[in-house]
Design a protein around this ligand. Structure first.
Ligand code: SAH
Length: 350
């Protein structure tokens, strides 16, 4: 099998440094297509793999919005990057109790993970991207830790002005270098005067996906939950990182052998979907959102069977110093669709 590091080295030797976005896209395409990275024996663990409670709350949320939208008979469940299918399994098991039994559509690039998903959902339909999803029914879309894997572009301030951050070679090692072309016009006015070394990170790939989700919700109706680690408001600086065997490693060390991610810029993600006609319900911290959905009550019930495990999972998913605040939930809706639970501040009852 051709080694990705070698082919990237050849490419750079031939044509010079490559954009960081290309490096990240190539590395993750290789990474995800050659393994199941999730769980204790893998590189990282995600909320649905920590506890069934996570998917169950998502399922309750979906069923609630769907019912208040009038329980449309035909509805599409669409999940980009479903991993092992665990979130869909837990969410749709609960949703079915409320009468919501949607058609299941997965957007997945990795053959290895498609196989795992087919075990949980043999009847699912798979897509390479969102463009081939059905157009004739409302969409309930859920994405957990999908956007963080999409490539980012970085611009760096040099003494000569703003340049694209590229990946070059120092001997055999991959190193970040700045490109030759002036990029000042690509940097928002407010940040242009930043000090040398400053970095602005954007994700055209994330914006493309969010634009498509927004347009689908506007045209077909439905609702979406985008869950990931990220920030709001906007911020400067690089968030490019790599995870391998549950530890942070150098993202330039072994492309294709570690999970390369960036934090999600939630404000831009929401605005891009809104510009395509979707309604933004809000951006909530994961901990508060899960509690608003009733996870404390669910945990109390599960704790009767497995107290230690449930307590640990509850803490990990909701505590502010764990996944409760860094992880965020963005809620979107089609124009005629109602708001979902967990976003608006509670109405005071006097
Ligand atoms: N949502 C799952 C898995 C998260 S890992 C969970 O929470 O456990 C990221 C997922 O996105 C994997 O399924 C990976 O194969 C998929 N993925 C990453 N980049 C992708 C791309 N460019 N196109 C399609 N799927 C992608």
């Amino acid at each position: 099998m051709a080694d990705l590091s070698d082919s990237l080295r050849r490419l750079i030797a031939m044509q010079g440094p490559i954009p960081l976005a290309l490096y990240m896209a190539q590395a993750n395409a290789h990474y995800y297509s050659t393994r199941d990275p999730l769980g204790a024996g893998g590189d990282f663990i995600t909320a649905p793999e920590i506890s069934q409670m996570f998917g169950e709350m998502v399922g309750i949320w979906l069923a609630d919005v769907w019912r208040r939208a009038g329980s449309p008979a035909r509805v599409i469940y669409a999940e980009p990057g479903p991993g092992r299918g665990t979130l869909a399994r837990d969410a749709l098991r609960v949703a079915a109790r409320f009468g919501l039994v949607p058609e299941v559509h997965f957007i997945e690039g990795s053959p290895a993970l498609r196989r795992a998903q087919a075990e949980a959902f043999p009847q699912a339909v798979w897509h390479e991207d969102l463009s081939t999803l059905p157009e004739d029914a409302p969409i309930l879309l859920v994405a957990n830790e999908f956007l963080d894997a999409l490539p980012v572009r970085q611009l760096v301030k040099t003494p000569q002005g703003w340049r694209e951050r590229m990946v070059g070679l120092d001997g055999d090692r991959f190193v970040p270098v700045s490109g030759g072309l002036p990029m000042d016009s690509a940097v928002p006015q407010a940040w242009r005067e930043a000090e040398a070394g400053a970095i602005v990170e954007t994700s055209p790939a994330t914006s493309a996906v969010m634009g498509e989700i927004g347009a689908r919700l506007a045209a077909q109706g439905g609702a979406a939950l985008i869950i990931d680690y990220g920030y709001a408001p906007r911020q400067m600086g690089s968030t490019f990182q790599a995870l391998r065997a549950h530890a942070h490693v150098d993202p330039f060390e072994a492309p294709g052998e570690a999970d390369l991610t960036c934090l999600v810029d939630f404000v831009t993600a929401a605005q891009v979907a809104q510009a395509q006609g979707a309604r933004v319900m809000g951006i909530a911290g994961q901990g508060g959102w899960l509690m608003a959905l009733g996870m404390a009550e669910r945990a109390a019930a599960l704790a009767k069977v497995a107290p230690d495990e449930t307590e640990a999972a509850y803490h990990r998913l909701t505590a502010p110093d764990q996944m409760g605040v860094l992880f965020k939930v963005l809620g979107l809706a089609g124009r005629e669709w109602p708001d979902g639970a967990g976003f608006a501040p509670p109405v005071p009852v006097s």
